[in-house]
Design a binder for this molecule. Structure first.
Ligand code: 5AD
Length: 349
């Protein structure tokens, strides 16, 4: 599928043709990664952040937020909970909190690896090559770093530089690959200023980067962030601006599955937040094969509000787990067992 074909799908609004897209994505998902839905236990280990991303609720400039950093003991309790629920992976996620030292994170990775058989995914933002190398050597398996948009001008507008350096997430993704991580990336759909043409390019890049994991969620306006307070000011002219809708997010999920048949593709919490009654199922029915249940203790989770609603509804981890399990079975799918590595069908592994 070339960029023009991708673009045509992104702009498609004919119901029958879209139904064919959903069906094809689901069929490819079934044929490649199968019916297993892999669950990754998310642990939001710190909401500290040194960055000022224009969309994000935990940006450094948000002074009305109590900051926390979980202790190693608290993180280990969550990891053991992941094991108890039968999950094969934990994802350690945080703001870009440079107060978390290389050694501290390495120690936590080693502790989780010593105590469990979990795969460990990191999602800690842009860190130095030395940090990434040390964490890989400590046993981390995967790293998530969304590039958010391939439109450099838009990227720069919404990611003010820090410490005088220009961020280059594509260079970092390449480094992560060289270090032997499974590499995940992704974008937000409907960022004010995001055009259809740039989103088509984002999708093409998913394929070029041969990503092992692809996270796609709608942009959700947060009142403590400039893009959320005044989205209109940033919008592209109407015919070119991508909407942050459930349908558009599903199109990107479905196209990601067609372009990267073997990738691990979550039905994201952002999609479920935008569309509480059916967002999660829609993702799973239109190409996704992963869900990331939040294991963060409720009192911290409420403070990890990158977008409104991310802090949770107050539903307990246990209740969510049971509801999710039922949802997966109701779709005729199974809960994945083991770490759920990215398949490589061409190598027959
Ligand atoms: N809307 C949607 N997604 C957001 N993220 C952060 N802020 C928002 C928002 N307002 C997503 C970004 C980021 C990840 C941690 O959360 O994709 O990479």
């Amino acid at each position: 599928m070339n960029r023009r074909a991708i673009l045509r799908w992104l702009k498609e609004d004919h119901e029958d043709r879209l139904a064919a897209l959903w069906q094809e994505a689901d069929a490819v998902r079934q044929k490649t990664v199968g019916d297993a839905v892999h669950l990754r236990g998310l642990i939001e280990i710190s909401n500290g952040c040194d960055r000022n991303c224009a969309y994000c609720g935990i940006r450094a400039g948000n002074r009305n937020l109590t900051r926390y950093r979980m202790s190693e003991a608290e993180i280990l309790i969550c990891a053991r909970q992941a094991v108890a629920y039968g999950y094969g992976t934990v994802v350690l996620q945080s703001g870009e909190d440079l107060g978390m030292s290389r050694e501290w994170i390495a120690k936590i990775i080693r502790s989780i690896k010593a105590a469990t058989a979990l795969a460990v995914t990191l999602s800690l933002g842009e860190r130095s090559e030395a940090d990434l190398k040390a964490w890989r050597e400590a046993g981390a398996d995967r790293y998530l770093l969304k590039f958010e948009t391939s439109d450099r001008a838009l990227y720069d507008r919404i990611h003010p530089p820090v410490r005088g350096r220009r961020s280059d997430r594509f260079a970092l993704l390449k480094k992560l690959r060289e270090l032997g991580y499974e590499v995940g990336s992704g974008v937000m759909v409907g960022i004010p200023g995001q055009t259809y043409a740039s989103l088509a390019r984002d999708l093409e890049l998913f394929q070029e980067l041969d990503l092992d994991m692809i996270g796609v969620g709608p942009f959700l306006p947060h009142p403590a962030a400039p893009l959320g307070r005044n989205p209109k000011k940033f919008l592209a002219p109407a015919p070119r601006q991508v909407p942050n809708s459930e349908e558009m997010t599903c199109k990107v999920v479905a196209l990601a599955r067609l372009l990267c048949p073997e990738t691990n593709l979550p039905s994201t919490t952002a999609l479920a937040t935008l569309s509480p009654e059916r967002g999660r199922e829609m993702g799973l029915l239109r190409g996704a094969n992963v869900v990331m249940p939040d294991l963060t203790p409720l009192e911290y989770r409420a403070l990890y509000e990158i977008y409104p609603g991310k802090g949770g509804t107050g539903e307990s981890t246990e209740a969510f787990h049971r509801r999710l399990w039922d949802q997966i079975e109701a779709l005729g799918r199974t809960v994945g067992i083991g770490p759920g590595r990215r398949l490589n069908l061409t190598l027959g592994v």
